[in-house]
Design a protein. Structure first.
Length: 588
């Protein structure tokens, strides 16, 4: 048991771990869950991330039901699987319908429950149940959540749906017929009550000593405050101190972290805080997870690097940008687990294409986007924006009201307006905006910095659902001329999907799972980028050097069994922000 780690010495019943992708939410939530179980507490560990890797971390096959974790007495775990939850949710809604309901009415409800937003609501329904009585058998329930944007959406749903149901006593939504929703309203109110109770629930912001991660933690803190959730704590993961100041790489590594922490907003500094030192080992398996909360660095003698020289000479980002530029136009989708550097890579590719004489549109689907802070200024020839969910939702509502609303009587118009005020409307609006961006690449370069994996897969699910509906409804004579967004993503001449990962076990495993999901949708990745590699840096710091054999093993794994094309981006001694730094990355 780590002495003084507040989350294990003074735990609340519910704990949410959230933060920017890649900061270590899953690692720390697992470590805390194991520590509490080892104290004799009965603990349930829950993942709300559609791209969860909890199975790999715990070496236990998980599903939608709580399963005992092998070799940890008192610990149980489950993944809230969105698709399984959606199937069960649809069945419950249909069972609640009146026996007198006609086949047409049941068919209509099935159609209402077929969208991506229903999948999100169903996952939320599972989550709400755990907060409102379905977890009474456990002393502690720990939620390992999806990256920030997705989690903010999840935590906002109790308030959003409660307000919607209070003001809408007619019609239906993607929750199902309104007449059967009163039980849902009570459930949402109870879930929200649990969330705001500081004696019951802690929300743990996990960050690293990195500017982007800290900015996102600060933004998350503000957003949670607006939702009435003030019971926050912070964990700073991966704190590093060089043992030899003559090692330039180690000194720079330490200085970047110290500068980021010094610039942390006062509101975050004021929160109860725990720090975890940078570890030399992969955080996978029970043995490693039991060592995570140890307050001392864990150093072991580094193994000899065999085969590193060949990988150091792997193609760099400049060669990738040049190969894409030769095409003349394309949609470049940069994808991967949160925290692997997608935004930096997407920005560098966009700047590199501009440097090669092309006009480029750089945009993002990430609710926690920070493209502008990465660029730090205008770049001639580069259009930069983001798919803003709130702005897109209003644009979508205005368009629907102007087209469909003009033909309706007053009562039908009121029903339409109420339906469009549903929180699910945002998902539909974002999909329409995404489709517009995809279409732009017919004649230009569009670089799309996507949201972390789980959120992006939900968006691709919506794209697939739209494709199936359109092809189902299309006349036979029109099918040869029809092109949907999914068909453009499946066209390797039109779209270039770039998977970004880090040279670590978990990011590579999650990237491999993402590639499997893409291939099931008949989307073939163009290339992989392994980002922030210390291989070839010549560091002799004991902690950094001890990490190198693990890095090398993961790069070989990508190169020999996963990527059709591998590009390697070395760790940068200065944070790659601003036009010049990004240009240097893209020009080699």
């Amino acid at each position: 048991m780590p002495h003084g780690f507040s989350l294990t010495t003074k735990p609340t019943r519910f704990m949410f771990f959230t933060g920017k992708g890649g900061v270590g939410k899953t690692t720390i939530s697992c470590a805390v869950a194991i520590a509490l179980a080892d104290q004799g507490k009965k603990v349930l560990l829950v993942s709300t991330d559609p791209a969860s890797n909890l199975d790999e971390m715990l070496s236990t096959k998980l599903d939608n039901s709580a399963r005992p974790v092998a070799n940890v007495t008192n610990l149980f775990a489950l993944n809230i699987d969105p698709e399984s939850a959606a199937d069960e949710y649809r069945q419950r809604v249909l069972e609640q319908m009146d026996d007198a309901a006609t086949d047409l009415e049941r068919s209509t409800v099935k159609e209402q429950l077929s969208g991506a937003c229903t999948t999100e609501i169903a996952a939320f329904d599972e989550f709400a149940g755990l907060l409102t009585g379905e977890s009474v058998a456990y002393d502690h329930v720990i939620f390992d959540t999806a990256p920030t944007g997705h989690t903010l959406r999840l935590l906002s749903l109790p308030k959003a749906w409660t307000g919607f149901l209070e003001d809408n006593d007619r019609g239906a939504s993607c929750l199902g017929p309104h007449s059967g929703l009163k039980i849902q309203e009570d459930r949402f109110q109870a879930a929200f009550k649990s969330l705001v109770d500081a004696n019951l629930t802690s929300i743990v912001l996990v960050t690293r000593p990195e500017s982007a991660a800290i900015r996102e933690a600060a933004r998350t803190s503000e957003e949670l405050g607006k939702l009435g959730l003030g019971n926050l704590r912070i964990v700073i993961n991966g704190v590093f101190k060089a043992s030899d100041q003559t090692d330039g790489v180690a000194r720079s590594f330490q200085e970047q972290g110290e500068l980021a922490l010094a610039q942390m907003p006062e509101a975050l500094k004021a929160l109860p805080q725990d720090k975890i030192p940078l570890k030399t080992f992969d955080m996978v398996g029970l043995g490693a997870l039991r060592r995570v909360l140890n307050p001392e660095p864990d150093v072991s003698p580094p193994a000899k690097l065999v085969g590193a020289d060949a990988l150091v000479s792997a193609p760099n980002l400049a060669k990738l940008v040049t190969s894409i530029a030769e095409v003349g136009h394309a949609l470049i989708m940069v994808m991967g687990k949160g925290g692997v550097g997608k935004t930096t890579i997407a920005s560098a590719i966009a700047v590199g294409l501009v440097e090669r004489g092309h006009s480029v549109h750089l945009t993002t689907t990430d609710p926690a986007a920070h493209v502008t802070s990465t660029l730090q200024g205008d770049v001639p020839g580069l259009i930069v924006d983001r798919i803003d969910p709130k702005a897109e939702t209003q644009r979508y509502i205005d368009r629907i009201m102007a087209t469909r609303g003009a033909k309706l009587d007053a009562e039908s118009l009121a029903l339409l307006r109420e339906d469009l005020e549903s929180p699910c409307t945002e998902e539909v609006a974002v999909f329409h905006a995404f489709s517009r961006v995809v279409a732009e690449a017919r004649s230009s370069f569009v670089v799309l910095d996507t949201a972390p994996t789980g959120h992006t897969l939900l968006l691709l699910d919506a794209t697939g659902a739209y494709h199936r509906q359109v092809t189902k409804d299309a006349l036979p004579s029109s099918k040869g001329r029809m092109v949907t967004p999914l068909m453009r993503l499946q066209d390797p001449q039109y779209s270039k999907v770039i998977i970004v990962t880090l040279p670590e076990t978990t990011p590579v495993s999650e990237a491999a799972s993402l590639q499997d999901d893409l291939r099931r949708a008949k989307i073939e990745p163009y290339a992989w980028i392994v980002n922030r590699s210390l291989i070839g840096s010549h560091t002799h710091d004991p902690i950094l050097a001890a990490r190198l054999p693990g890095e090398l093993a993961q790069i070989k794994r990508v190169n020999t069994g996963l990527a059709k094309r591998l590009f390697l981006v070395p760790w940068q001694e200065t944070t790659p922000v601003g036009h010049e730094a990004l240009r240097r990355m893209a020009d080699g």
